[in-house]
Design a protein around this ligand. Structure first.
Ligand SMILES: [Zn+2]
Length: 403
């Protein structure tokens, strides 16, 4: 167990290093950090065409257990796939690559789908009986093909789709245009951070007066990618009554386990909007009956415990809590938490432009292990026996070593 120390002067860290990346030392004592002058290859990761082929193979070899469905199209017309396995009453929805330069989640999902589609083991059978696993791998495929955070869409295209926005005061605040962000040039090829385009009101219709907005306000479902995920979520609500669990798979910068020199392998979080039952969360009061922070904490603990069980002093021991006390209703996690899903954020170390496919095996294993921890906890009901207050004992994240 790592030392827990209070971190003084912790700077604000937005999701996935978001818009302002804290400056990182490039020469750490242990030599583990990246060289920011070097370009790293991401060819070791599954690209869109390879993913589609792999999903089709998994479906074909699953004896009907895995069903593949095109649930929408990206702005550039790429099909967005849903792969579903299991027939249980509890629904676990997982998406990957809402940010296209965050690739490990897709690899983990493909591996899990392969296993649950083909294995006759009692464990696999039990999972298929108890839950319905719905996955949206590479849900922002245009961004994935560009190996960048934002999708591939202009404000002009948004206005063409929603003419009422012609009178808006300006483009959405999360529009990347004429800028270089995370080493990617958006000049002439703009896009939006899709993970700020969600709204807890799943029936929201864009209005000019809600633009440009900001990070503590809800998004608008102006991108086809967020619309697709929203529509899947609503269809699952209609079919099952609720989406029990929603997990979003991301990457972040390279940080440290507080009080140590150890690089974080993965951060977790259950906290994306203030609790509607608290004064600071009062603006979300209409969602108070749905919001279940305790269950989200238990789900996070199930992932954390599974990773800890891989052994002390292993990289899988270097798990921290992501920044807490956020107010991000425009994220998929924030919106779906307010709609009653237990929610979990995975933030794996290093984005593709900083780490390439180095550490791929280790990081994919971390994601897979955490996901199986959650899945198994939901399957056997043990997740609801976990003490939610233990969530606060997960080590915090630090931006410099040893603090
Ligand atoms: Zn991300």
């Amino acid at each position: 167990m790592k030392k827990n120390k209070v971190i003084a002067g912790l700077s604000v860290l937005a999701l996935c290093t978001a818009l302002a990346t804290p400056t990182l030392a490039t020469n750490s004592p242990n030599g583990k950090l990246y060289n920011e002058n070097q370009v790293y290859s991401v060819k070791g990761y599954t690209d869109y065409t390879q993913m589609v082929n792999r999903l089709q193979q998994i479906e074909a070899n699953s004896q009907g257990r895995v069903t593949l469905e095109v649930v929408g199209q990206s702005n550039q017309g790429r099909d967005i796939y849903q792969a579903r396995v299991g027939t249980g009453e509890k629904v676990v929805l997982i998406e990957s690559e809402i940010h296209g330069n965050e690739s490990t989640g897709t690899e983990a999902l493909l591996s899990i789908l392969q296993y649950l589609g083909s294995s006759n083991s009692p464990d696999a059978q039990k999972i298929r009986e108890e839950i319905t696993l719905v996955t949206l791998p590479k849900m922002n495929p245009d961004a994935s093909e560009l190996d960048r955070r934002g999708n591939d869409m202009s404000w002009e295209e948004v206005v063409a789709a929603f003419p009422q926005l012609a009178d808006a005061a300006g483009p959405a605040w999360n529009y990347y245009n004429n800028a270089i962000i995370q080493d990617r040039d958006y000049n002439g090829r703009p896009g939006f951070d899709v993970n700020r385009d969600f709204n807890p009101d799943l029936n929201y219709v864009p209005q000019a007066s809600d633009f440009p907005g900001n990070s503590s306000k809800a998004g608008w479902y102006i991108t086809p990618e967020s619309q697709t995920v929203r529509d899947v979520y609503k269809s699952l609500q209609a079919e099952f009554g609720k989406v029990d669990v929603f997990i979003d798979l991301h990457h972040q910068g390279q940080y440290y386990v507080e009080g140590t020199d150890d690089l974080v392998t993965m951060s977790l979080s259950a906290d994306f909007v203030p609790d509607p039952d608290t004064p600071v969360g009062a603006k979300y009061a209409q969602y108070a009956d749905n919001y279940n922070f305790e269950f989200s904490k238990q789900l996070n603990l199930a992932a954390y415990n599974a990773l800890q069980s891989l052994g002390e002093n292993s990289p899988f021991n270097n798990i921290t809590l992501y920044q807490q006390n956020l107010d991000l209703p425009g994220t998929a996690l924030g919106s779906f938490a307010l709609n009653g899903s237990g929610t979990v954020l995975f933030e794996v170390r290093g984005q593709s432009h900083t780490l390439g496919h180095k550490k791929k095996g280790q990081l994919v294993k971390a994601v897979e292990t955490g996901l199986y921890g959650i899945i198994n906890g939901v399957v056997d009901g043990s997740v609801e026996q976990l003490d939610a207050s233990d969530y606060d004992s997960i080590p915090k994240t630090a931006y410099r070593p040893g603090i």
